[in-house]
Design a protein. Structure first.
Ligand code: CMP
Length: 139
């Protein structure tokens, strides 16, 4: 089943570099509606919980440190075919492999500091959205 929602974070490197507005503009111009959004700081423990699926990966510890190094923007987005369309908009995980015009090609610094997160499935979009937002915070 495909749902019409996905979840994103604008990551610490992109927030610190002042790219929040430009990235949100690209997201809205691509037809996504912002259902919920907040600027917040992850502790290393919370970052670890969010990325628990990667706990066995060699980059996990660095990823948790990086994701808690500065403010992030968390948001739930709505659009038909949201998960797949958003992954197309952000481009490949490694910005060196991302297509021209994608958010990561434009704003990511490295495979780790890759500017944005996008859910990889409808199931994870729902889990990740509820990690940050209660039902009454989603409009
Ligand atoms: P994201 O799409 O948020 O999902 C997992 C994150 O781990 C990914 O973006 C990157 O920030 C990071 N990541 C994935 N692969 C690597 C890697 N090979 N080296 C370092 N960080 C990585």
């Amino acid at each position: 089943m495909t749902t019409n929602r996905t979840f994103t974070m604008i990551k610490p490197d992109a927030v610190a570099a002042g790219h929040t507005g430009a990235i949100l503009k690209m997201i809205e111009e691509a037809g996504f509606r912002i259902v919920a959004m907040k600027k917040t700081l992850l502790t290393p423990e919370r970052a670890g919980q969010f990325y628990a699926v990667h706990a066995e990966r060699p980059f996990y510890k660095d990823l948790c440190a990086y994701m808690s190094s500065g403010a992030i923007i968390a948001a739930i987005l709505e659009k038909d075919n949201a998960v797949a369309d958003f992954r197309k908009l952000i481009g490949a995980t490694d910005p060196a492999k991302a297509e021209e015009g994608t958010i990561r090609k434009l704003y990511a610094k490295s495979i780790e500091a890759n500017a944005v997160h996008g859910s990889d499935s409808d199931e994870n979009a729902a889990i990740e959205g509820s990690f940050y937002f209660s039902h009454t915070e989603q409009f």
